[in-house]
Each structure stands twice: as structure tokens, then as C-alpha cells.
Design a protein around this ligand. Sequence first.
Ligand SMILES: [Zn+2]
Length: 179
Amino acid sequence: MVMPVARHRHHHRDVDPPELASGERGPQHAQRRPNNSAPATGRDRSMAKRVLPRLTVDNRFFWESGADGKLRLLQCRDCETFVHPPYPVCHACLSDRLEPQVVVGTGTVDTYTVNYQKWRPDLDVPYVIARIAIDGAGDVILTSNVVGCPAEEVRIGDKVRVVFERQDDVYLPLFEKVA
Ligand SMILES: [Zn+2]
């Protein structure tokens, strides 16, 4: 059994997971509340308000994909390589014929790290940042959170499936363990 956390310790930031995304939305976004949300004095019981990704022409499909409960990744129509993060050109064959493709939405925990640092007052710790190898999507690995179980129950090799957490017009793809 290898030590789980050290293997990719320095690489887990390279895909901007929701918790680590550097792009802030505009202030009007941060302050807007859905009509059915908790009163201003309360907050979501299950999950802290996340820093949302900055939507671009290339990545908007990815962050809005969960609207119908499906995970989509960019796939090259010429060589079938999956390209993530979204990019205008296939890194394998340089084709620009890329289009979002529905994937099954399950995967395997490739590596993970547990965050105990309370970066913001509303952040519930500990939480798990994991790299998820996505089934049927070649080499694509998503950096996300494993939710729905205590942090200490996450292991490398765990099978997980996507669950979407909607915040404003973004559907964050998170993952929960498959029972
Ligand atoms: Zn290609």
C-alpha cells in the first residue's frame, strides 16, 4: 500500500477545483441569493458557499452541464481524445473539431488530500480534494471534492459518481462514493 497523499501532492492545483478556483465572480453574483435560499442570517447546512469558476466561451458548457444531471467533457471528433480543461484545440492531433460529449459520470479516486485549514469563516473542514479519473474519458482527471461521507473514509481507488451542486448558474461537479 502506497502512502496516498504524497504521490501527487504538488499537482492537485492544476485544474482549478471549485474550492481553489482563483477567478472570483462579480460582486453582484456573490451577493445574489436564490429565492428559496435560507434567510440571510443562516447558511447552507451542508456546504459552504463556494468560490465559483469564471465562465469562458470554452468552459461554459462544462460548468452548466449538470443542469440535466449529466457530466460532459470536450472530445475531439477526429481522434476521440478527451480534452480537459476545455481548450479550443485537441492536444493530441491539433484538430479544432471539439465538442462536448456526455460521459457516464463515474470514476475512481486517483489521489486525494484532506484540507483542515479553514480558509474562510464559512468553510466546513475537513474536506477532501481529490483527483478523479473519469470512466470512459481517456486520461481525463477532474480535481474536485468528495462529499457525502466523512473525510477519513475516502481512499485511493474508491469508486465515485458525480453529483452536481448548483450555485447560481453553475453546476459544480462533485463526487460521492458509490456504496
Ligand atoms: Zn484529436
